[in-house]
Design a protein around this ligand. Sequence first.
Ligand code: PEP
Ligand code: MN
Length: 374
Amino acid sequence: MNIVHIQEWFSEFGSGPVMIAGPCSAETEEQIQRTACSFNDSCKPSLFRAGIWKPRTRPNTFSGVGTKGLQWMKKVKEQTGMRVTVEAASPRHVEACLKMDIDVIWLGARTVSNPFSVQEIAESLRGQDIPVLVKNPLNPDIDLWIGAIERIYNAGIRKLAAVHRGFSPFERTSYRNMPKWEIPIELRRRIKEISVLCDPSHIAGDSFLVPELAQKAMDMNMDGLMVEVHYDPASALSDSNQQLSPAGYCEMMKNLVIRLSKPEDPGFLDYLEELRNQIDSVDHQLIELLARRLEIIDLIGEYKFKNNVAVLQMDRWLEILNTRLEQAGISGIDRNFTERYLKLMHQESIRRQTVIMQKLKEKKNGSADKSPDD
Ligand code: PEP
Ligand code: MN
């Protein structure tokens, strides 16, 4: 795909990560003004955000100020020099944003979850040059996320970036939305050119957790952040719990360690290369061992079939789980990781043995069906 990196969207964007900050929702002109003017030069974001139309989970909650908020955003742009971005969830929203010179639009998680809406928005963007940020869908479905990016791309938009905002959990976790970092990593593997930003506010759900998530995003080499900032978070009409104050945001920015996206020092590279060679060799051995283990499993499957013994042997499974967890613990391997690995391995063992037994059964039935004359 021929996608333009976010740093190249506007000439004033620098070579570092692109910062987007601003309130969850535009509430009043004063709130927008006060928040936008509260960033000092050292922490002024490149893009100022605010939701004008708010996709709320429940009805009868504040659902945004509507198009009049676009006027307030336009003023912010004129007064502060920051670029501005709002969420668009329909062709009507896109049209209003284009009319008011909004610099960037973003598609929210709920919209991205619905391919009909994304397609309609894509059609309304055809022939335009406005940059678009595509948040991940609510559920951890990477194809749905990629599909939304492709629909916008196919409408001719090349200034495209993705925003990782976490995924709805089934049960309560310490985060409002589960980060599942492996999904944005896989997105970068599948669409190499795409810039991926992180929205730590919607992952966290709590302003207290935002700085550590922002740092984690920088450690993962993400291309920027979208952070909710309100001049008075306690009075916010939406997502009050997760918004930072401008002072809190500036403090976070001051402490944020921006890693080098690629190592430069040749000495560092030599040692890294050596360690990577060691990893290559260990992985090679692990895969050979894995293949050996699976071969033994096939033999066990055959043996159980011949002796008419069930595939799942609970006592043996519990013994494996306990002994391996103990050994891994002594070796300093995380218990949760070991448990996930063992369960995956056990599932695969069961699957392979079931396949073997099924095949042997078919073979046996086949030969029993044959009459002596065949
Ligand atoms: C938002 O950014 O305020 C928002 C509604 O985000 P999301 O679509 O990620 O929930
Ligand atoms: Mn929000």
